[in-house]
Design a protein around this ligand. Structure first.
Ligand SMILES: [Zn+2]
Length: 70
């Protein structure tokens, strides 16, 4: 895995509405531009990420049913 991948280098700032460089302490990460707490994903990406996890889990629990979600 590349150490300088997109999600390693930047996080989503809800104030800047963009992926930004950030400062990190033990509890949270903060936007270097505005100081707001940043997240790993924006809401849309997080939904897609969680949906992907749910789909994987569903496949794992019911290997005989290859039914598509949605
Ligand atoms: Zn910001």
């Amino acid at each position: 895995m590349e150490p300088n991948g997109f999600y390693h280098a930047k996080k989503y700032c809800p104030k800047c509405h963009d992926y930004v460089r950030f400062l990190q302490n033990l509890e949270a990460s903060y936007c270097v531009a505005c100081g707001a707490r940043v997240r790993l994903f924006n809401a849309q990406d997080k939904r897609a990420f969680v949906r992907g996890l749910a789909a994987d889990r569903k496949r794992a629990f019911s290997p005989t049913k290859r039914k598509r979600v949605s």
